[in-house]
Design a protein around this ligand. Structure first.
Ligand SMILES: NC(=O)C1=CN([C@@H]2O[C@H](COP(=O)(O)OP(=O)(O)OC[C@H]3O[C@@H](n4cnc5c(N)ncnc54)[C@H](OP(=O)(O)O)[C@@H]3O)[C@@H](O)[C@H]2O)C=CC1
Ligand SMILES: Nc1nc2c(c(=O)[nH]1)N=C([C@H](O)[C@@H](O)CO)CN2
Length: 237
């Protein structure tokens, strides 16, 4: 019997892409969802990664993705909810739509995918099945410029508890809460220096630390309903 794939949403770039490639290196079949076509996706396809188009900005987009996911596979080893928009708050008439879009990407998509793909996880013949939510350190603290983003990630963090209780013991459900893992294009040295100074580890570690955390959750048989902070000790500053 062939191994069940691991689904990573928003896996075309940065942390999701790094995890997808490392999982393939470790021998796992992988499915990634992507929103925008780009040449880098061909590199993933050449490595055997299945790529599925998905836009979680609308409920229809989420349900359409689920339909195509079920045509692609009959089982899943794990789901990693990584897709995200780090959209700043806006004022004026677009504020409500911005909030609702972040709610759909960070909360409604994981909620509906967890509900509708439960049967795929239960069909996995391996002993471990996992759901992992990528949240954010700001869930604890709020954010002056990304309040809607932080609130929707806080909702995702809370869903970790409910799904962990609902799906135990068959499926473990946990969250990873990162802070400053990778700079964005256009961030300058002054921004990087400020970012490094926010944690006691004083570094910008890169995506390897997220893969290590994901690997830990995938391999562990007794951890569920927890949020694993990966933030360089922000609370100690
Ligand atoms: N990077 C960091 O330092 C930190 C990251 N995190 C969290 O870790 C996770 C990964 O971070 P990072 O790699 O930086 O994330 P990115 O900002 O690179 O986003 C990941 C993917 O989400 C996809 N996405 C965005 N909007 C939608 C949508 N409407 N529908 C479907 N997919 C969408 C994008 O797809 P496409 O590219 O195809 O448009 C993108 O590739 C995220 O959940 C993030 O919030 C938390 C704290 C710090
Ligand atoms: N979806 C995303 N979420 C976050 C990103 C990002 O690029 N995409 N970036 C951050 C920052 O690195 C932040 O941790 C430091 O300013 C947070 N979330």
């Amino acid at each position: 019997m062939s191994a069940s794939p691991i689904l990573i949403t928003g896996g075309a770039q940065r942390l999701g892409r790094h995890c997808a490639e490392r999982l393939v290196d470790d021998g796992h079949p992988v499915i990634v969802s992507y929103r925008r076509e780009r040449p880098e996706l061909d590199v993933l396809r050449e490595r055997g990664i299945v790529t599925l188009l998905a836009d979680f900005a609308t409920e229809a987009g989420i349900l359409d993705f689920l339909e195509r996911l079920k045509k692609e596979t009959t089982s899943l080893r794990a789901i990693v909810h990584n897709a995200s928009a780090w959209a700043p708050d806006v004022s004026g008439p677009e504020a409500g739509e911005n909030f609702e879009q972040l709610f759909r990407i960070h909360m409604l998509a994981p909620y509906l995918i967890n509900l509708h793909a439960r049967e795929l996880l239960e069909a996995c013949s391996e002993p471990h099945r996992d759901i992992v939510h990528l949240t954010d350190y700001v869930v604890q603290k709020g954010s002056r410029k990304h309040a809607a983003y932080a609130a929707s990630k806080a909702g995702l963090d809370n869903l970790t508890l409910s799904f962990a209780a609902m799906y135990a013991p068959a499926i473990q459900v946990n969250a990873i809460a990162p802070a400053m893992i990778m700079l964005n294009e256009g961030d300058d040295e002054a921004y990087a220096e400020k970012a490094r100074a926010k944690s006691v580890m004083e570094m910008i570690p890169g995506p390897g630390v997220i893969y290590q955390s994901l690997r830990y959750l995938l391999d562990n048989r007794y951890v569920t309903g927890v949020t694993l902070p990966v933030d360089g000790g922000r609370h100690l500053r």
